[in-house]
Design a binder for this molecule. Structure first.
Ligand code: SF4
Length: 159
């Protein structure tokens, strides 16, 4: 079973409530029933739609260590919700036969290699989102949709 950011599967979980993140390659293999769609931000108790959020001058790892905060563009601190969402994702990955995760790049929760820098000016930097960092720390192989090839996806699906 593969954890997949639910917004990549056409579910209205993106912060603005749209399905703009739907990924055609992942959708092609949906019918196999091997995906477990998850949205860490919704699991953490945030609503959809919601205000856009960035990790403030830190990384997902630093949020988990308690040395960085997450705020929305209105200045509200949502660090607790993000930590809860990551913990819920870890719980799911330990209860279900999860072998890998495919997560949405640049998200403050799901970003695998890149996140926004906290300036809300669309500046991208290297780093993981909070949920991706949590899975990575617990040895779940984590990939972004941007590095996914059909060959790799078929291998993950056991095809
Ligand atoms: S938290 Fe992850 S799954 Fe949820 S909308 Fe953001 S990128 Fe998609």
């Amino acid at each position: 079973m593969i954890l997949v950011s639910s917004c990549l599967l056409g579910i209205h979980s993106k912060y603005d409530g749209t399905t703009m993140n739907e990924n055609s390659l992942l959708m092609k293999y949906c019918h196999l029933g091997k995906y477990l769609p998850i949205c860490p931000e919704q699991l953490g108790g945030l609503t959809t739609p919601r205000a856009p959020v960035e990790i403030i001058h830190g990384s997902g790892e630093e949020v988990l260590k308690g040395i960085a905060k997450i705020k929305n563009n209105l200045g509200k601190d949502v660090t607790a919700e993000f930590r809860k969402g990551a913990e819920q994702l870890l719980y799911i990955s330990q209860k279900m036969p999860v072998t890998a995760a495919i997560l949405k790049e640049r998200s403050p929760s799901c970003g695998v290699h890149k996140i926004y820098d906290g300036s809300f000016k669309h500046v991208v930097k290297e780093g993981k989102g909070v949920a991706a960092a949590m899975l990575y720390q617990h040895n779940i192989p984590v990939f972004s949709e941007e590095e996914m090839t059909e060959e790799l996806l078929r291998e993950l699906l056991g095809l």
